[in-house]
Every structure is written in structure tokens, then in C-alpha cells.
Design a protein around this ligand. Sequence first.
Ligand SMILES: C[S@@+](CC[C@H](N)C(=O)[O-])C[C@H]1O[C@@H](n2cnc3c(N)ncnc32)[C@H](O)[C@@H]1O
Length: 397
Amino acid sequence: MTRDVPGLFHARLGEALKAGSLVRLVLAGPRPGVAARQMVIRPVVLKAGPCFSVVWREERRDVTKNHSGDEVVELCRERIGPEYTGAHLYTTTATFQLDCRDPARPHLSTAPGVAAVAPEALQHDRVRQRSVSAKAPWLHLLGVTNADGRVAKGMEAKFRQIHRFVELLDPLLREASFPIEGVRTLVDMGCGKGYLTFAACEHVQRAGGAPWKVRGIEVREELVRLCESAVTTTGITGLEFVQGAIEDTVVERADVLVALHACDTATDAALARGIRLRSSLILVAPCCQKEVRPQLVPSPVLARPLRHGIFRERHAEFATDAIRAELLEWAGYDTRVFEFISPEHTGKNLMIAAVRRESGTGLDPAVAAEAVRMLAAFYGIRHQRLAELIGFDLAAP
Ligand SMILES: C[S@@+](CC[C@H](N)C(=O)[O-])C[C@H]1O[C@@H](n2cnc3c(N)ncnc32)[C@H](O)[C@@H]1O
């Protein structure tokens, strides 16, 4: 008798809903034509009572709807298999992974359970949690606000950037899967004056749940001193700043790795660290992509337009960041690229957000590797720092 493997998965889902042990359910691996790359389902508590938030992660937006437990069961029965090739059910007692890439041979595996997460509170509380208060003492100590808690003249764009960073960090933290053991760690590489490090620290600590340690790494000693002094004055715990280079500072754990506007290949060093440390979430905003520019040998059709320096510069930026994004996919990350602040504030506003994938989902590594190599070959790129650091041979057949 053949086992009804998807049926077993649905039975485990039903049991988890009944026992109240469901922490998260993720449908991934969309079949062609399915608009959302993932569906993420979590318990929430609304004014009307407990229910489930279902987030459809589309390419350019998230669509959220609330459903009852019965509706979640129905939704999963309809979509797992026909629309999504993989499903991960996280409960406090066990994790179940269903793989239906081959409809004739579905596979169900089991792993240990995950830590319970308090259901997200009322919608309006959540909106408040996401924002950065201009009254935060650290903002004043770093020169973003005045003593009366108003944004200082000339710092409006910086304040908006900090605010925006927290807004986009929040859903990514919810999407990522973190190890259960130990204190979660966020490392901000090339943290500068620490604006985003303080903001991230405040956000993760305020969210409750698992304890967090936050660490800023910065090569310039005077900036590290400034940040340390703000930590001492505010008495914030679990936040530290270390002087050193991204390339060689010892980092043992980084569940979240952030590197915004670290220069040129320092971004690659940060990305490679994140990949090696198996960070759950990596966020980088690249800047001054100089490394590949002298190597660009574009196809003949682009040769004339690329005599213009600005086109060459933009091409080098595109080629570098596209290779980085594809390498992250190859290394097991779901990767998104977007503008995170308005280009009127800075041209360096591209962000690459990479969430570590559940094993067994996403692109076949051989297909992903081929995509990277084709891209590099198209531009004539033979060396790229991230590829070198993670041992990816751009030229291999
Ligand atoms: C443009 S600032 C950005 C600061 C911060 N990440 C932000 O977005 O607000 C870049 C910072 O990265 C630091 N940096 C650049 N390369 C670095 C490296 N290899 N190791 C450590 N810090 C580096 C610089 O000293 C500078 O403070």
C-alpha cells in the first residue's frame, strides 16, 4: 500500500492547530505562474481573538490576510502540490518538511521542534513597534536629534533612513528562521557612527522573545569610541562596538549580518562571512563597485554606448550586484534586491536582502551555478571577490 505522504503532512498540520503548537508554516518553491514566491502563516492575536496571519510574498509587495484555522487547512490542501512544491511546518514539538517537487515521489522529513513565539499582538501595537522614536537618547548622542527630541537640522534624511531601515528589517526578521540555541546575534559590519546598529538593537530587543546581542564592527577608531560612549551614557545592554576590519575581525556567530555602504569589496567580505556563518538573514547595501569595472568586456552591441563613463560605471554596479545576488541564491538564500530609500537622498540606495532558505527548496544548485557563470561570461568577468571568498569558480564548465 502506498503512503499518502501529503495526507500525513496535512494530518500533522491539523494536530498542530488543535494543540496550539504551530509556530510557523511556510509554503515555498512556487510552480511556474504562481505570483507569490512564498506563503508564510503565523498565529496572531487580533481584537476579535486569535487567528492566523497569511502573508503572500510577491516580488514587489507582501499581501497579508487573516484566516481561521479551518481556512488555513483548506488553503494548504488546495495549494501544496499544485502551486507550491515545498512546505515547512514548524511546531513546538517537531518540524515537518514536505517536498513535492516530484509529484510521483513526495517526501516528508521530520526535525526537532522550534521555540514558541508569542503570537503577534494587536495590529496597532505592531505599527508602533516598527517605528523609531525621535526621543530615543541614542539619537541625540549620535547627533541626529536635538536635546528636545526634534530631528536636528540637516539630519532629516538620516532620520528617515534609520526609520526606513527598521521598517524593512522587521518583516525580514519575521521571515527568517533562527536557531533555537543560544543568544541570537546581529552584526553590523562597517557600522560607521552606529545609527543603524543602535536602531537594530532597539528593535530586536523591544520585540521581546529570544534574547539578542548586537555588535558593530568599524575600522575607524574615533567612530567606535563615539558609539561606545553612547552605549555607556544610555546604559543599553547587549550592544557593543569593536574596532577592526570586516575582513579579519573574529566573528563567531551572526544570525543577522548587516553591511550597509561598506566600500567596494568590503561588501563581498561581509557577504562571504554571512554565507560561511550560515546567517539566517543578510542585508547589504553595496557601494563603489570598482572591482569588476576594468574587466568588463561587453557584447559588441553594448560597446558603443559603453564608451560613456557613466554607462560603464552603472554597468559595473549592475554586473557586480547581479553576480552577488545570484551567488547568494546558489549559496542557499532567497534573495531580493530593491531600493530602500528614495534615490533623491543617495544614489547608493540599493539593498540586497537574503534570507537563508530551508534545505530542499529553491533553485537546483547546478542551475544556480550556471546562472552565475553565464552572467560573468556575458560581461567577461573572470574575478569577483565574493566568488573567490566562497570558493566559487566563475570559469568552471
Ligand atoms: C558610508 S559608511 C556607512 C556606515 C553605516 N553602515 C551606515 O550605513 O550608516 C561606511 C563605513 O564603513 C567603514 N568601512 C569601510 N570599509 C571597512 C572595512 N573593510 N572594515 C571595517 N569598516 C569599514 C568606513 O570606515 C565607514 O565608517
